[in-house]
Every structure is written in structure tokens, then in C-alpha cells.
Design a protein around this ligand. Sequence first.
Ligand SMILES: [Fe+2]
Length: 399
Amino acid sequence: MWEDTIDVAAVTEIRARSICYLGVGAIAKIGDIVKELKKREVGAVLVVTGKGSHIKTGAWDKIKAALDAEGVGFFLYDQVTPNPTADQVDAAVAGGRGKGAAAVIAVGGGSPIDAGKVAAILLAYPDKNARDVCRVSFAPEKAVPIVAVNLTHGTGTEMNRFAVVSIPENDFKPALAFECIYPLYSIDDPGLMTKLPEHQTVYVSVDAVNHVIEASTTILASPYSIDIAKDVVRLVAKYLPIAKKDPGDLRARYFLLYASLLAGIGFDNGLLHLTHGLEHPLSGLRPQLAHGSGLGIILPGIIREIYPVKGEVLAEVLAPIVPGLKGAAGEADVAAKGVREWLTGVGIPANLRAEGFVPEDVAKLIDLAFTTPTLDTLLGLSPVKATREAVKRIYETAM
Ligand SMILES: [Fe+2]
């Protein structure tokens, strides 16, 4: 297999709208990136990160050394949680504004990077706050430069224009998309991911798989988003079991990371539909739910809904995890069952009850799906009409 010929320690430049350095040791690129920020007259940066992974992985030591070497000041906000909130972003921005930050370095998985993206908008709009952005009460056209130092292999946010930040008082978890929040540079270093615990390894990989299953089947899907989807599912199917067995396997981490990066480009193009549109209400309502777990639990029900109209695409995309599909509408149940078996096999819970949901939650979830800002756009991209009945069927199947 050609993958065996790739030197995973050769740091290569992946160019899409963002430039990403991919490879073991890519974190060393932070020195050049900080020099570039300095050239752009950035005297201080806002660092947005979570509570510990930036330390545990060693990423922060390298970033701080690079900042110190160039005499670039920083405000460090290290309180971002999974399913980050508007309040966390506002707190980070307050510190950044106080320091005169003119760029953001976001360090972590999707949560810190997404919080950092919204913070970058707010550093360019001194009179706005995070709720203004999350409710899309204005259309941001600018942001300060964003550098994403990625520490998980799932969201793909380091390569696209999306950000997810919640408004807790409404249980809203909108999916924001703005042209101005593509990272200027990203770092995807598999060497920083070998300590990712097994359950997170699974959740983030399942997130990437969902990005491409959706991006290849929206009403805006293209040959590009379909081709990307096929390779992403193939790579995750092949390398996730290896990374689970040996978390330190750098080749497995490299290709899971590459798959996630590619998936990030895939849904930047094909966009998303039902799985993300209906997962956000789940983790909006219960922020302790891991995004990838919620996605995995509802995916089989969504496959069953969309397979009759997208069978030809799904038969190819799902081939590495459900072999033998031909694309015929009548295969919907077989495809859904195959996907469920693969998901539970890698460690996704079988149903929403296992994540603490009860049948009485369904009505609230349906309401959130139709009232959370931005989610109507995702539901409108579904290849089958996202009626209240269809949405109810999906949540009930998952329960
Ligand atoms: Fe996602």
C-alpha cells in the first residue's frame, strides 16, 4: 500500500484556503509562524486553549519559546471546555484586548480552536461580544490572523471556516461559518496526539467520518467532496483499530490526522446536513456529551433516511466499513445496520439512553433542531426533506 512509503516525519505543506504543516515534528514550524506574525506587526497574541492538553503534549513549551524568541507578548486563556461557551470566548477576548493582541494562537482540539476563531473576530470588532457572533446578529467580515495548533484528529477546523460555540442559557449550539475565520496557518503534528485517550481517539475519528458522510450527500455535494469522503472513510477504517491498540503508533496517528484534515476540507466544500444538524441539539442540551459520540449514535438512523436517495454515493463511501453495498434503495436497512455494527465495534454507545437521555427529551431536541440559529441551514442541505416527522424518527430510533 502506498501509505507505507510515506515518511511520516517529513513535514509537508498542505494548501487549501489555510496552510497546514502536517507531519511528526511539525510543531517546530511555530517558530517561522511567529516570525511571520511579527513581520505583520503583531506585537502580542491571544492564546486560547483548554485546561491541560497544551501542557501535557509539550505544545505550549514550544509555542512560548517561539513567542519569547521574537519578543511577542501574549495573554493566555486556558479555560476552554468541551462544547465551549460564549462566556469563555468573552473572557478570553477581554484578556486579549487588554494585552493589545493582534492575532490568535489556538491550541487544542476543536473546542479551543473554534473558541479562538470567534475570539479572532471579536478582536477585530471591539464593540461586539460572543453572543452577537453566535446569534449571527451581524455578518463578520474580518478577524485577526488565526494560528491553529491542533491536538486531536477529528474536527478538521484547522482547515476550514467553521466554528461551534454554544449559548448556554438557550441550550443553543449553532454551527457558525464565516469566510474570515480560515486559519492563516495550522499545525497538524501526530507526535502531539499519542496521549489522546482511547475514547477520545474514537470520538474524534467518528466526527471526521460523519463530516464526509454528510459532505458527500448534501444537496451541494460535488465530485471533490465525494472523492474526499471515500478516502477519509477508508483511512479511518484502516488506522483507527491500530491507534486504539497502540496509541503511540505514529503512522496510524498520521493517517487519522490526515483523514481529519481532509474531512475538514471536504465539508468546507460539501457542507453538512442531518447528523450535525441533529447532534448539536444533543450536546447543546447535555454539554457533557462528546460530539463524536452523539454523531455516532444518530448516524445509523440518518443513513436509513438518506440511503434511498443517495445509495450510489453511500455504497462507495461506506465500502470500507460496510462492504458489498450496490446502491439500491432497498439496501437502506442493511447499510444502516452495517454502519451501526462498525460504530459499536469501535466503541460508540448503542443508544442515547446510554448517554443519559430519556424519551421525554425528544420533544425538546426537535424544538432545538428547528430553533437553534444556523441549524436550519444544515437541515436545508439534507438530501431528503428534514421534516419534523423525519427528525422525530431519527431521535426516536437513536433513543
Ligand atoms: Fe463535527
